[in-house]
Design a protein around this ligand. Structure first.
Ligand code: BGC
Length: 744
């Protein structure tokens, strides 16, 4: 009897277990998409394709399909705004972690940090129930005047590609779509709504598209944002060439094309030319207010009317709806989607680390830095105290906290007298879109008095640290306007000159997202390129200044001595010249600017190399508190027709402290049937070395690394023959080279 009972128990347990173990049908998003699509009405499909509020679009409640919620991007999760206003919603639970600006991330030259960044910001987006993060931005740094360069990843397509891929993967690992922006040729803010860019195909494919292509093909990006400007006479949010031919055709993009906010201009083109979702049209923020604005969207009633009257069919509509449903099943409707995290200690640690690794030590004469044996440190400059997470346009944030450089330095130097002097008055305001810093930066002293007071305090200081640069106000590093000048604003040069004369132990910290002129460069022994580093800005900077972190950042763009040294020289190149066509905007008629990228592929170091113009600081430059010695580079013997080559170089830390070096691999094609740059970055590796340690770094090159884009055949070509591999510590500091032959 006992045995029977036991048997029954075991059998029941097995039965229950086997019932419980019945395999769940695998989640097949494509099947789910088709199923839902087949049940939807035309009206429901059209409703998916345009906004219903500032940052959301409708779902299909009848079928359980949720709304899509977007957020800026790309440096943190934007504070909530009202349903149809840019004003703040007044939440008290939306203060985020502000991560470093993308220039800082690019300057780290560390793809693993890009992944950490993507994962962290993706977690914040997921926690806040956002499905699409409007970022990252990968527009190429073409002129230092572009107000939005701080949101991008520098001047080199290879570097931007290498950094954007892990960022996208990291974000999307949280079931949040990365929306890579602004596709494409949006390299300035001046007249961004009505500039028609002309660029030759080779330049387009070699310089301006690679980072987008990598984000799509290697990163698997689920969304792309069209840009405001025009290309080949069509606005880029509905541009046949860029969206249908290249993105969806050549690259096989299966995600969603989202318009920039207010970037749609025409219903017919929006239907046929590759756009999937329309946001920001006809709203009070970017253009004008209108009752029932969302019904009047180009892809709303006007679209429905065209379908109802038989003027257009539903093939495009099904394609748009399918892509949007796919996005929903990849994000909020993925049954395994994560829950995210918000302002967690890990996120602050990530922000601090990325910030510190991105800081670039430009100059360090006599080993002035790191700070040592100091009793009194004088900190001068508005950027030492100004909150920088607020401002700059759509990337402006409401941060839960922001450590200022001054606070960071004070915390890192206990027992040291840290004195502060303002030095100059820049922008004392601190508000953007309803978020205010709450800082009182008002100042009564005259400019002369401010300098005199700083100079006086500098007399007996062991270190003077000037912290200035640009800020996020209009015509500085900000969306909507470009900078007006290359020099530092607010007469900061005069303050720096005065401090240099007063105390030889001067460190200048430039906070910006752009290169700036430094006419005092020879008079200042130590210069640090800092960036907008977000919540942990002061900690990251202090870590580097005090040597807790040995700097290893490298410039992601060239610092020219003067603007005139660069490739962009004529009005036709920038900002463009008014042509005959007009943009009939809702409130005015504006001539469309015609702009020609006549410098072609010679952007950034490609230009300075070709013209043999010495920049102030070259692309890839950045010093360390230690020194690195490079051995002889070598290449793997078998250079096959697929162009696969492994470059190896031993690198030794020859100094006294541990540190990281970014080994840069450039390729040069001296015998080519076309004009080619002197060299192009095709690989890099950041290597950590203890004092005295040697490691052999290896970097793989492929046929792609050797190719140029041949416009005539519309294909990439690697021509057999001799190639040189140049290995260096910056684009201007090549430590060794090795050649090889590419066989037929
Ligand atoms: C910007 C985008 C941003 C969008 C939504 C636009 O003005 O160009 O980058 O994502 O606004 O805020």
């Amino acid at each position: 009897m006992k045995y029977l009972k036991f048997l029954v128990t075991v059998l029941t347990a097995t039965l229950i277990l086997s019932c419980g173990e019945k395999p769940k049908p695998a989640f097949n998003p494509e099947e789910r998409v088709e199923d839902i699509l087949s049940q939807m009405t035309v009206e429901e499909k059209v409703a998916l394709t345009h906004a219903q509020s500032k940052f959301s679009s409708a779902g299909v409640p009848r079928l359980g399909i949720p709304e899509v919620w977007c957020t800026d991007g790309p440096h943190g999760i934007r504070a909530e705004v009202l349903w149809d206003e840019w004003d703040q919603a007044g939440w008290t639970s939306d203060s985020c972690t502000a991560f470093p600006a993308l220039t800082a991330l690019a300057a780290s030259w560390d793809p693993s940090l890009a992944e950490l960044y993507g994962i962290s910001i993706g977690e914040e987006a997921r926690y806040r129930k956002k499905d699409v993060l409007l970022g990252p931005g990968v527009n190429i740094y073409r002129t230092p005047l572009n107000g939005r360069n701080f949101e991008y990843m520098g001047e080199d397509p290879y570097l931007a590609s290498a950094m954007v891929v892990p960022y996208v993967k990291g974000v999307q690992s949280n079931n949040v779509a990365a929306c890579v922006k602004h596709y494409a040729l949006n390299n300035q803010e001046t007249a961004r709504f009505f500039t028609d860019v002309s660029v030759d195909d080779r330049t387009l494919y070699e310089i301006y598209l690679p980072a987008f292509k990598a984000a799509v093909q290697e990163g698997g990006a689920w969304a792309i944002m069209g840009s405001y400007n025009l290309y080949k006479g069509q606005w880029n949010c509905h541009n046949q060439y860029l969206l249908n031919d290249i993105l969806k055709g050549e690259w096989g993009f299966d995600g969603v094309v989202i318009s920039d906010w207010g970037g749609v201009h025409d219903t017919d083109q929006a239907i046929t030319n590759g756009l999937d979702m329309e946001f920001g049209s006809w709203t009070n923020g970017l253009t004008m207010g209108k009752t029932n604005a969302y019904d009047s969207y180009f892809l709303a009633q006007p679209y429905l009317e065209r379908i109802r009257s038989g003027k257009v069919g539903t093939t495009e509509l099904d394609d748009k709806a399918r892509r949007i449903l796919r996005l929903i099943f990849r994000t909020s409707l993925n049954p395994e989607h994560k829950t995210g995290k918000f302002t967690s200690p890990e996120h602050y640690a990530a922000a601090r680390k990325i910030g510190a690794e991105g800081i670039v030590l430009l100059k360090n004469e006599g080993g002035l830095l790191p700070i040592k044996d100091a009793r009194k440190v004088l900190v001068v400059g508005e950027n030492a105290v100004k909150m920088m997470t607020v401002g700059g346009g759509s990337s402006s944030l409401k941060a839960q906290h922001e450590i200022s450089p001054l606070d960071g330095i004070r915390e890192a130097l206990p027992g040291v007298e840290v004195v502060y002097e303002r030095g100059y008055v820049g922008d004392a305001s601190g508000a953007y879109n309803g978020v205010t810093t709450g800082q009182d930066l008002s100042e009564k002293r005259s400019a002369g008095q401010l300098i005199a007071d700083a100079v006086k305090a500098a007399q007996d200081a062991d270190y003077v640290i000037f912290i200035g640069g640009l800020n996020k106000s209009d015509f500085q590093d900000a969306e909507g306007n470009d900078r007006k000048e290359y020099g530092l604003p607010y007469d900061q040069d005069a303050v720096i000159e005065a401090l240099a004369a007063a105390n030889p132990k001067l460190v200048v910290v430039n906070i910006s997202g752009n290169a700036v002129a430094m006419p005092w460069v020879d008079k200042v022994p130590a210069i640090v390129q800092d960036w907008y580093l977000g919540s942990e800005a002061g900690h990251s900077l202090a870590d580097v200044l005090t040597g807790v972190v040995n700097p290893s950042g490298k410039l992601p763009f060239t610092f020219p001595v003067a603007l005139e040294d660069g490739p962009v020289k004529t009005l036709a190149q920038y900002p463009g010249i008014p042509g005959d066509r007009k943009w009939e905007s809702p409130f005015s008629s504006v001539p469309i600017l015609e702009e020609e990228y006549t410098e072609g592929i010679y952007v950034g170091y490609r230009w300075y190399d070709a013209k043999q113009v010495k920049p102030l600081f070259p692309f890839g430059h950045g010093l360390s508190y230690t020194t690195f010695e490079y051995g002889e580079p070598s290449v793997s013997k078998a250079v096959t027709a697929d162009g696969k080559v492994t470059v190896r170089v031993p690198v030794t830390n020859t100094g006294a402290v541990a540190g990281a070096e970014v080994v840069q691999v450039y390729v040069s094609d001296p015998e080519a049937s076309v004009d080619r740059p002197v060299k192009e970055l095709k690989g890099f590796c950041k290597v950590w070395l203890e004092p005295g340690e040697t490691k052999t770094v290896s970097v793989n090159l492929t046929r792609e690394s050797l190719s140029f884009f041949d416009a005539a055949s519309h294909s990439w070509k690697a021509e057999p023959g001799h190639f040189d591999v140049l290995v260096g510590s910056s684009s201007a500091d090549i430590r060794g080279s090795v050649g090889f032959e590419l066989k037929e």
